[in-house]
Design a protein around this ligand. Structure first.
Ligand SMILES: *Cc1c(COP(=O)(O)O)cnc(C)c1O
Length: 381
């Protein structure tokens, strides 16, 4: 039975998989122990649950369990990775290279570090959302301490050339950080073959709970020395002090396990539904797909409705479909998406963008109904 509004905002957050909830529940109740309690069974049980989750998460991204640090989410992992690398230089010359289409969490950490003296290069992207590799090579300086590029874009679904960028970083012995929040559990992410040194993701974008995330940090040489964000009990190899969120960690472990089993069949099914949606709606004149299907996540479509009242569409539809607009509404003013404008879209065009993001519980009936709702809303514009 379809629940309204039809949820097509999986890139914002996903519901917990019922199997994840089931796995987490005992850890709120009978298994309430503190994983740092080494003197009794309550603690041992909690620690055992954390280590199982660590293995499940590591397996999903082809890492080793001892390369996994549990955090509160991608935002914290991003802060830990970027500030953790830069701040030990303590005012020395530092330079970061990143991309103008990154998530705000990455961009805002970089702007913060700029206020502390770090130089940051925000590389542009082409109209298809992809970077020009030569520009990256040209941007590297002797002071470049980090290259940060996302795996897949949250607004457009564009999949970035991770391997190529990582290879360039390594030629120059620069660590490569990848925000893989939209990719992990959806498409193949292999930290070894991709060449990733630091990688983050959030449980709530992959059918796990909110408030839990991961930072992967490569163990092999060259060793990365991260400075922690905060100090305390020395949990997570002193990189992330604070009592572990056992239910959350059990949840991200179970969610990883389910993704490892289902992600390819989920992706194949959603690919068909996404293409059906795109084919039914996009007309190439007033309704345009932003980005290129050839290098996009299979479950995402960012579409602009260029009709004069295109930006009202989402409001009109909000009773029937839960969607995200291509703009961030900051106190009455509509700010067009920085991702779409970075791809060269006009502010007008970007302001009329709607993101459709499908997920594990999306049905064909929901997509058929969505097409119907949108077609009649467009006809009424
Ligand atoms: C959602 C998201 C984040 C932030 O995740 P939180 O769970 O809110 O910390 C970072 N990067 C990308 C690409 C995202 O989609």
């Amino acid at each position: 039975m379809t629940q309204y509004p039809i949820y097509l905002d999986y890139n914002a957050t996903t519901p917990c998989d019922p199997l994840v909830i089931e796995a987490m529940l005992p850890y709120f109740g009978v298994h309430f122990g503190n994983a740092a309690s080494k003197t009794h069974a309550y603690g041992w049980l909690a620690e055992e649950a954390v280590e199982i989750a660590r293995e499940q998460v590591a397996h999903l991204i082809h890492a080793s369990p001892n390369e996994i640090i549990f955090t509160s989410g991608a935002t914290e992992s991003i802060n830990l990775a970027i500030r953790g690398i830069i701040e030990p230089f303590n005012g020395g010359e530092t330079h970061i290279i990143t991309y103008s289409t990154e998530h705000k969490a990455v961009l805002d950490v970089c702007t913060y570090l700029q206020t502390k003296g770090t130089k940051v290069t925000y590389l542009p992207v082409q109209v298809d959302g992809l970077p020009d590799i030569q520009r990256l090579k040209d941007a590297i300086t002797p002071h470049t301490k980090l290259i940060a590029m996302m795996y897949a874009n949250n607004e457009t679904g564009v999949i970035m050339p991770v391997k190529a960028v990582a290879a360039i970083a390594h030629q120059h012995r620069i660590p490569f950080f990848c925000d893989a929040t939209q990719a992990v559990g959806k498409i193949m992410v292999d930290v070894n073959t991709d060449g990733i040194d630091l990688l983050c993701f959030s449980a709530h974008k992959m059918y796990g709970p909110k408030g839990c995330g991961v930072l992967y940090m490569k163990k092999k040489t060259p060793k990365i020395n991260l400075m922690p964000l905060f100090y305390g009990g020395g949990h997570e190899r002193t990189l992330r002090s604070g009592t572990l969120n056992i239910p959350g960690i059990v949840g991200i472990g179970k969610a990883s396990d389910i993704c490892a089993t289902n992600m390819f069949s989920d992706a194949a099914r959603l690919h068909i539904l996404r293409n059906k949606l795109v084919e039914a709606l996009v007309d190439g004149t007033t309704i345009l797909l932003n980005a290129d299907l050839a290098h996009m996540l299979p479950h995402v479509a960012n579409i602009s409705f260029l009709h004069p009242e295109g930006f009202d569409l989402i409001k009109k539809l909000s009773k029937s479909i839960a969607l995200s607009s291509g703009s961030a509404c900051t106190s009455a003013t509509i700010e067009p998406s920085h991702v779409l404008t970075a791809m060269g879209l006009s502010e007008q065009h970007a302001a009329k963008a709607i993101r459709f993001s499908l997920g594990r519980f999306t049905t064909e009936t929901e997509i058929d109904q969505t097409i119907g709702f949108i077609q009649s809303a467009v006809a009424s514009l």
